[in-house]
Design a protein around this ligand. Structure first.
Ligand code: PA5
Length: 433
């Protein structure tokens, strides 16, 4: 993976860069030595090598069992207990995997629940599950989050109606705190197989624990390669500033922020990265948005959004910078077919691959946006496989922690998330509110 800053050249000076380099090195040292704010939640730092190997083997086994005996698997969880698996699935799987059918895709369909309180969404899911063999992976670190807890009640009832209580229990897997929380208690009572979210790993940093790994193993994704990619990144992100892209990305975005660029738009020209950007939005938004500070993380999928947000990015308020996730190699070599008559005027593109055309769009968009005073950072990913994704996850996690420290906040807490819950519970007359 590489960082390309051609689109930044005239937005920063050498002096700004060298000042920020020194600061970045200092806060990175604090992070690595466990001296920064929230140090008790930095277990993710060495997770790619220091994970529970026995549990990892159980994850692989449970994944194989689900893959074998299920046409569909429903992952229940929200925020950090959802976005990593969703992002990885979308990044790695066939773009229409759920529609392919198990015979072709060799994997169960994957669905997500407990990500909202919508009756129609959850009823729709129940409709889809009708007459399928299926399993549940229930994820909640605290074990008490309302949205997934409600979805679990609904889906558990359906599963038990279909298989009976004892057989259903063998199709339910729970991922939660090692000791506390309602989900831990319930799982022990009902006899579900359980996996642990380590105490020192917060929700949005948990994709490389069972939270991300079990759903992915259940649909046949190579989680060993994912961990290997993360371990490679862990090694590379220990390098000094000049060779360390996590430090560089964190430093660059803070230089831009200090110059009034308070919104970062993460863009990609590949729809398989839509949820990777959603995961990134949670990671950076929840880590940095506090104490009236923070870069607002937004995202866009091009070229689709060039036809909606493009005008704003080109000519709207100049407080934005853009980070493009660029995929070097794609799997398909689809080309523009030849036509007898050039009625649509596409003759000049005949025989060209879509990837080549997409590349030209990427180039053209960067130049246009840089001309429009939108600084551009490019993150180049060699290809969409598990190894590269593991690398990318770890890169973003480390960059996020460094960036939060540069901003002067604790990147590992989320005090603001409670406000809506208090209001909602009061309105619902939850005891104690
Ligand atoms: O990053 C976080 O900590 C949050 O987004 C949580 O993951 C989210 O609120 C879900 O929490 P839990 O896993 O406790 O149900």
């Amino acid at each position: 993976m590489q960082i390309d800053i051609q689109g930044l050249q005239h937005f920063l000076s050498d002096k700004e860069l060298s000042r920020m380099t020194a600061l970045t090195e200092a806060v990175t040292k604090d992070l690595e030595k466990g001296k920064g704010a929230g140090a008790e939640f930095t277990g993710w730092l060495d997770l790619p090598t220091e994970y529970d190997k026995k549990e990892f083997e159980r994850i692989i086994k449970a994944g194989r069992r689900i893959k074998r005996n299920s046409d569909a698997v429903v992952v229940i969880g929200i925020g950090g207990s959802y976005l990593g698996a969703k992002a990885a699935y979308e990044f790695l799987a066939h773009p229409f995997q759920n529609q392919l059918g198990k015979a072709k895709s060799k994997a169960p369909e994957l669905y997500f629940a407990g990500i909202n309180l919508s009756a129609d969404y959850h009823q729709g899911l129940l409709d889809v599950l009708e007459s399928k063999d299926w399993s549940i992976i229930m994820i909640s670190k605290s074990g008490t989050t309302t949205e997934p807890a409600i979805a679990f009640r609904i889906l558990k009832e359906k599963l038990e109606a279909q298989y009976g209580k004892t057989k259903a229990a063998k199709r339910i897997f729970a991922i939660t705190d090692a000791k506390k929380g309602a989900l831990r208690k319930l799982s022990e009572q009902e006899g579900y197989e359980t996996f642990v979210v380590p105490d020192d790993v917060g929700g949005r940093f948990s994709v490389l624990t069972a939270v991300g790994l079990l759903p992915l193993a259940a649909v046949g994704i190579d989680i060993k390669s994912l961990m290997k990619g993360a371990a490679n990144a862990m090694q590379d992100m220990k390098a000094p500033f000049g060779k360390n892209i996590a430090m560089q990305y964190a430093a660059l975005r803070n230089i831009l922020y200090n110059k009034g660029k308070s919104t970062e738009i993460m863009v990609s020209f590949e729809p398989r990265m839509t949820y990777l950007m959603e995961w990134w939005k949670q990671l950076f938004g929840e880590s940095e948005g506090k104490e009236n500070k923070g870069i607002f993380p937004a995202s866009a999928i091009f070229t689709a959004d060039l036809h909606s947000l493009g005008q704003y990015i080109q000519e709207g308020r100049r407080n934005i910078f853009e980070t493009a996730l660029v995929l070097e190699k794609v799997k398909s070599n689809l080309k523009v077919p030849r036509a007898e008559k050039d009625l649509d005027g596409l003759g000049y593109l005949e025989g060209k691959s879509l990837h080549y055309i997409n590349d030209k769009a990427i180039e053209g968009v960067r130049n246009a946006h840089v001309d429009g005073e939108v600084p551009n950072i490019r993150l180049v990913i060699p290809k969409a496989d598990a190894l590269n994704l593991g690398y990318l996850f770890y890169f973003f996690e480390k960059a996020c922690a460094i960036s939060g420290y540069l901003l002067g906040v604790n990147p590992f807490d989320q005090p603001g998330v409670e406000a809506y819950k208090r209001n909602m519970f009061e309105l619902l007359e939850k005891p104690g509110y």
